[in-house]
Design a protein around this ligand. Structure first.
Ligand code: FES
Length: 167
């Protein structure tokens, strides 16, 4: 009788510990995926690539700057990967050719224009400068994104969105 109770208590405690560990792992994984990454270059000038290496019809992620580089016409722009809604990291969806925030579904086009969702403006920018043939991103100063309705580029979605709920 006593052995049966001990075994039952042991299994009950083990089950609770297992669930707790799974929950902790889930929280950690979610946080690790969604947080804006802390790079060594934050609040500094980050050296990236030559202007020719920046794609014209997609984006190049620069993790050290928490930014994406892309071209709008001949101009290179650096977009902050921090969502202007509540700050989640916004990934670029290759299939749609748009930024799709996984937190609340805001969608931005490749130029960072706000297309849909709760964010109050387009994606924020950083200043860029070409120094000795290399683009430097100045992450020390954020330039506010354009208000909703701004249409810097007019590119239809390339294909299906990456997120289920995204337009
Ligand atoms: S944090 Fe991006 S939509 Fe809310």
């Amino acid at each position: 009788m006593s052995d049966a109770l001990d075994r039952r208590e042991f299994l009950s405690a083990g089950w609770k510990v297992g669930v707790g560990l799974l929950a902790a792992a889930g929280v950690w994984t979610s946080w690790d995926l969604l947080k804006v990454r802390l790079g060594a270059g934050f609040a500094a000038r980050v050296k990236t690539v030559a202007p020719d290496a920046v794609p014209a019809n997609t984006v190049l992620e620069i993790p050290e700057a928490r930014a994406y580089l892309t071209k709008i016409g001949d101009e290179v722009v650096a977009l902050s990967e921090k969502c202007t809604h509540l700050g989640c990291r916004v990934p670029f969806c290759d299939s749609s050719g748009r930024f799709e925030c996984p937190c609340h579904g805001t969608v931005f086009n490749r130029a960072g224009d706000h297309l849909a969702g709760p964010a109050p403006r387009g994606m924020d920018f950083y200043k860029v400068e070409v120094v000795d043939g290399v683009i430097e991103i100045d992450t020390g100063e954020t330039i506010a994104g354009a208000p909703p309705g701004t249409e810097t580029i007019n590119e239809p979605a390339l294909g299906p969105p990456c997120g289920e709920d995204h337009a």
